[in-house]
Design a protein around this ligand. Structure first.
Ligand code: BYC
Length: 368
């Protein structure tokens, strides 16, 4: 069963999730074709805006940037999408740490592409947030000032090459389980960004799985390295889904607005149920002595993560919080000239700004 080139039968560990992404994409198209409730042009002229908003949500239509929406809905989306965008950008650091030390040219090329994908995801998400009336600059400032969060998971160190595999398998795996339902989120720009992101993310999960599979079937030292990485990343990955439902302050309202479709605990359970058979294929052990199938619930029982630790990490006191933020601040400062150059170029292209009034570019061609 364990052929060298195809460790997993079928299309890979995330293939079921990819089907759900396709279904969400079809639902998005169907909703657009169905048209909106109310006036034939899609605008309910006479309706009370709050009522019309509620009707759109109930009809599983998307809320679009031009639509009226309650302030709290807008604020919740900005908070969640910005946090998500920041996570993608900060998330480049732990894996970026291994680009220069990847064990082969092929592994290095794959990892480079993956980290670049994460920058791209950050950009799609900042763009989605901008449709809500905040600028990317403002959001970046809020992150740098410590006033917006990013995912707890990126405050743990990547100690060995196997951590790159464990991040792909577990962290990207948790990310997809959380994000596939967001493809059906009620806010159109976020839902559309998530469809694209999930397709790429499932590929990321497969590359992590494949790294771990290779190590787990290598020398005893490589196998041990893979197991050690899984031991360290398991509980922080479970914690990515957020506090338990009883402590989740935003869940009820976000679910009523169809931003979230499932609760934190429901998604955490789904993730555990997905990982157990995959760990068997890998030949690695999930570090939980209480993990066992519960026939009544048709799910695995498991030990929850340490939520007090999650709260500490979220509030800035994890193993790498300071290092991650310092690195991001430095990159932001060092990147100032790129932003200035891009802005000057854009101004020049638009025929505004000082550059456009100069007679000729340095190479002798007329300024466009
Ligand atoms: N880390 O009421 P709750 C990725 C905060 S990127 C930090 O349940 P909500 C990837 C929460 O924000 C992964 N903070 O909140 C990238 C809230 O605080 P505030 C990121 C957390 O929003 C590169 C408070 O705790 N994914 O996948 O209903 C490479 C109470 O929580 C965390 C996303 O951002 C946490 N783990 O639910 C590889 C997905 N958990 O804001 C992979 C989108 C909770 O009131 N986000 N908090 O100060 C979501 O789905 C939801 O925001 C969450 C939390 C499920 C995370």
């Amino acid at each position: 069963m364990h052929g060298h080139h195809s460790p997993v039968p079928g299309d890979g560990p995330a293939s079921g999730l990819l089907d759900q992404v396709e279904e969400a994409e079809a639902a998005l198209r169907a909703a657009a074709e169905r048209g909106r409730p109310g006036a034939p042009d899609g605008h309910a002229v006479d309706a009370d805006p709050q009522e019309y908003f509620t009707a759109l949500i109930e009809a599983d239509q998307k809320i679009e940037p031009r639509d009226w929406m309650p302030d709290a809905y807008r604020r919740t989306l900005i908070r969640q999408i910005a946090q998500h965008a920041h996570s993608e950008i900060i998330g480049m650091q732990p894996e970026g740490n291994w680009i220069t030390r990847a064990p082969s040219l092929k592994r290095k090329a794959i990892l480079l592409a993956k980290v670049q994908d994460e920058a791209g995801h950050g950009l799609y998400l900042y763009a989605a947030a901008e449709t809500l009336g905040v600028s990317r600059d403002e959001l970046v400032e809020l992150l740098l000032a410590g006033r917006q969060k990013y995912s707890s998971i990126f405050n743990y160190p990547t100690l060995t090459w196997a951590d790159v595999g464990a991040i792909g398998w577990l962290v990207d795996g948790a990310a997809i389980v959380n994000q596939v339902p967001l493809c059906r989120c009620s806010y159109g720009p976020y839902a559309r960004a998530m469809i694209r992101i999930c397709k790429e993310e499932s590929f990321h999960q497969r590359q992590g799985f494949e790294i771990l599979y290779t190590l787990a079937h290598g020398t005893p030292a490589q196998r041990q390295m893979a197991q050690d990485a899984v031991d360290r990343w398991w509980y922080p990955s479970l914690a990515m889904f957020g506090p338990p439902d009883r402590d989740s302050v935003h869940s009820a309202q976000s679910m009523a607005w169809k931003i979230k479709r499932f609760s934190n605990d429901e998604l955490r359970q789904r993730f555990v149920d997905m990982c157990v058979p995959q760990a068997e294929v890998l030949g690695l052990r999930i570090p939980d002595p209480n993990l066992r199938w519960n026939p009544e619930r048709q799910s695995y029982d498991f030990t929850p993560p340490d939520y007090a630790e999650l709260m500490r990490v979220i509030s800035g006191d994890g193993p790498c919080n300071r290092q991650r933020m310092a690195r991001r601040r430095r990159a932001h400062t060092e990147g100032a000239w790129v932003r200035e150059a891009a802005a000057a170029y854009a101004a020049k292209r638009a025929g505004r700004g000082p550059a456009a009034t100069r007679p000729a570019a340095r190479d002798g061609r007329a300024a466009a």
